[in-house]
Structures are given as C-alpha cells and as structure tokens.
Design a protein around this ligand. Structure first.
Ligand SMILES: CC(=O)SCCNC(=O)CCNC(=O)[C@H](O)C(C)(C)COP(=O)(O)OP(=O)(O)OC[C@H]1O[C@@H](n2cnc3c(N)ncnc32)[C@H](O)[C@@H]1OP(=O)(O)O
Ligand SMILES: O=C([O-])CC(=O)C(=O)O
Length: 387
C-alpha cells in the first residue's frame, strides 16, 4: 500500500503501485546544470562546453577555475586580476596555523582539510552574505588557501618547517614548492597541472551533490564545501586514488599484478580505481592522465609502476570488462611526484573546490530544497505499551 511512502508525489505514491526506488539515485536526473556535461556514450566530458582534453592540453588550472566560476575562459586582464587576488591570499594566518598544528597527526589529512574549511568559514567576515559576487570571492579564497593547508600539513607530518608561498609563481609551481621546498622539473609540474584540470569538475558526482544538498537549505558556502570534503573522502569516490597506490605497493612487483587481481576478484573485493557510475566504457579523463603519468614515469624512473598499471588494466578488462577511472593513473602519478599517499585525496580537493563552488553558485541561482521521499518498510504503526 502506498501509504508507506513519506509524502505524495506524482509516480511515487498517488496510485496503488509500489514506488519505484532507484538505489543510489542511479540514472535519476535531479536538476539542470550548465557547469559540465558528461556523455557516457561517447566517453566525453566538457566544462562549460570545452572538451576537458583540450583544456588539459592548453590551459592552466587558474584559467579552468575562472571558466568554471564565470562560464568563460578569462581574458588576459581577467586572468591577471584573478591571479593577483589569489596570490595575495595564499598565506595562512596564525590562528589557522595554530588550529592545524593542534590536530593529531594520526588523523587523516582530509580531516585536517575539512577542519580548515570550517575554521576559514567561521572566521570569514563575509560569512553571512551569500550573493553571487561574495560567494565567488569566498571560492577564490578557498582556492588560494587550500594548497597552503595541504602543504603545511604534509610538511608538519614529515617534521619539516612550512615553506612560505611565493607570489611570483603560478598556482601549481607555488604549491609544489610549498610542499617540497623547490619547484620540480617541467614534466612534473605539467603532470600535476593536468591532474588538477581533470579533477576540477564532474557534474553531479556524490561530493558535488552533497554540496548542492547543503546549499539547497540556504546554508553557507563553507558548510557546503565541508560536506563535500566529507563525501569525497570515501574510497568509492575520491579516496580511491589513495587506495590504488596502497594496492600497487602491496602488489610490489608487476609480475604479481595479474594473480593479485584475480585473487581479489575471486574474493569478491572491489578493485579500487576501476569502474564508474556513469561511464561504462571508460572514463573520458583517463587517456589524458595516463599520458601524463607515462611521461612522468619516464622522467622519474617509474617504469615499474607503468608496467603494473598496464597489467592491472589488461587483466581487469579480461576478467570483468571494467575500465579504469581517473583515480587509477593519478594514484601512481602522485606517488612519483613524491606525495605521501594520505595527501592524494586532499590534492583532489584543491582542484574540485572550483567545481563544487561553481555548483553552489548555480544551485542558489535557481534553488529548490533537495528533499526526496523514502518508502517506509519498518514496523506498522503501533501503540507505546503502558508501563
Ligand atoms: C573520481 C571518482 O570518484 S571515480 C570512482 C572511484 N571509486 C573507485 O574506484 C572505487 C571502485 N569502484 C566502485 O566501487 C564502483 O565502480 C563505483 C562505486 C565507482 C560505481 O559503482 P556503481 O555504479 O554503484 O556500480 P556497482 O558498484 O553496483 O557495480 C556494478 C557491477 O560491477 C562490479 N564492479 C564495479 N566496479 C568494480 C570494481 N572496481 N571492482 C570489482 N567489481 C566492480 C560490481 O561488483 C557489480 O557487479 P555485480 O553486478 O556482479 O554485483
Ligand atoms: O562522477 C562521479 O561519480 C565520480 C567522478 O568521476 C568524479 O567526481 O570525478
């Protein structure tokens, strides 16, 4: 009987039929967006109409951030203005540093990042304003500050002093220098930049949807980003890039990769970095990231990881017909760049914050509270026993 559905909606409780439940909202179209388009049939992805492969080839992460936020690639003057603003906001203030340093190094860096966004929100004098311009300004602040948080946390865990930001350097160069004390070679910077561009946006994925749900209640931008970070942390989403590298280190030798994979499949375990809710024939971003990973491996002596990547990819296709997602090449690429594994998902956050905030702004422009229905399957109504 449809009385079990907690509300009445067309097709979900108006007749005698059971409501149709789409677990995980699979296949459900919940709203429109003009930020990005995923076309699984052609394995394509566009940001504001531009193919992501072309953006990765010829644009910086700063340009892509502008594109996602404003809908167009920046003119030279717009880019210069955005860069000046971003570069002037890179340094962490002493209060936030104090909070970061007070957190235990046993917690995951994603917890540190989530806490940092909360602190930034609580201390932001613009907190109560949510008009488009203010939200875009808050987004730029997060884009400027998150790399400093990630670098500070990574170095403190290594027992190293923080490296101050350098306003002469571009976004990726500055971040890599804040992590490692120097700007690495061009191939490394380029591979990192490509990963950021590819990670920036992907329609209604779980973390973006979490941000939109929070925004739909007219909560603030920092609360929405905090929720998104929590959603991204899970291994079925952004946390998979870390899981990929843990698996590769466990395998150790490319010769063992095929047997290891078959064993995991036989044990009915998920192989991290493979499969996708939307793409069934391969993730549109993988070829571009795979090429960057191969170049990086050639420059940094990482051929072993390329061979393991190839073996796992080949065996998974043979055994299950399932293809890699973007987290598969980024895992070993970030390892080759010298990042600790637990920093991989925070790197994803640094980039995806641009997509999340573009969606937050879009949600507010045509807002409707996101509140689906559920189909009740618990105890029938009963009376509390007299005691
Ligand atoms: C940037 C990103 O967030 S990309 C996603 C990163 N996440 C991962 O890499 C985690 C591993 N992958 C997965 O768990 C899944 O592929 C997901 C969660 C990404 C998508 O999952 P869904 O769309 O819900 O598909 P679902 O998990 O139901 O899989 C469908 C079938 O393929 C199998 N399958 C899918 N992915 C995998 C995998 N990685 N390893 C083994 N089997 C898999 C499932 O076991 C299932 O098989 P069954 O029908 O025999 O039970
Ligand atoms: O779209 C998804 O479900 C996950 C993903 O690839 C992303 O967020 O980049």
């Amino acid at each position: 009987m449809t009385a079990a559905t907690d509300g009445t909606a067309a097709g979900a409780g108006s007749g005698a039929e059971e409501p149709q439940i789409r677990k995980g909202l699979a296949g459900v179209v919940v709203d429109t967006t003009a930020v990005s388009k995923v076309v699984p049939e052609t394995n394509s992805l566009t940001y504001r109409g531009y193919p992501v492969q072309e953006l990765a080839q010829s644009c910086s992460m700063e340009e892509v951030a502008h594109l996602l936020w404003h809908g167009e690639l920046p003119t030279a003057a717009e880019l210069a203005a955005q860069q000046q603003e971003e570069r002037s906001q890179r340094a962490l203030d002493p209060v936030l540093r104090g909070v970061l340093d007070a957190l235990p190094t046993t917690c995951h860096p994603m917890d540190v990042l989530r806490t940092a966004v909360s602190v930034l929100g609580a201390r932001d004098p613009r907190a109560a304003r949510d008009d488009r311009e203010t939200n875009l300004a808050k987004s730029l602040t997060l884009f400027a500050q998150l790399p400093a948080v990630v670098a500070h946390d990574m170095r403190r865990r290594r027992g190293l002093e923080p490296v101050e930001p350098d306003a002469e350097l571009g976004y990726s160069e500055n971040f890599l220098r804040m992590c490692f004390g120097e700007v690495p070679d061009e191939v490394s910077v380029r591979a990192f930049e490509v990963s950021l561009v590819l990670y920036a946006e992907h329609s209604f994925n779980a973390s973006t949807f979490a941000a939109r749900v929070v925004t739909s209640t007219l909560s603030d931008l920092h609360s929405a980003v905090t929720a998104a970070i929590g959603a991204l942390k899970g291994p079925l989403h952004g946390g998979a890039n870390e899981a990929v590298m843990h698996a590769m280190l466990e395998i150790g030798d490319p010769e063992r990769a095929a047997d290891w994979l078959r064993g995991e499949i036989a044990a009915k375990r998920k192989i991290m970095g493979f499969g996708h809710r939307v793409y069934r024939n391969g993730d549109s971003r993988v070829p571009t990231m795979e090429a960057a990973f191969r170049e990086l491996a050639a420059a940094r002596g990482g051929e072993k990881w390329v061979r393991m990547y190839e073996e796992l990819q080949r065996t998974m296709a043979e055994e299950k017909g399932i293809h890699p997602n973007l987290d598969f090449p980024t895992g070993p690429a970030y390892h080759l760049l010298g990042f600790d594994i637990e920093v991989f998902t925070p790197l994803f956050v640094m980039s995806r914050v641009t997509g999340w905030t573009a969606h937050i702004v879009e949600q507010l422009e045509a807002n409707a509270l996101i509140r689906p229905l559920s189909h009740y399957v618990g105890q029938p109504q009963r009376s509390v026993p007299v005691r």
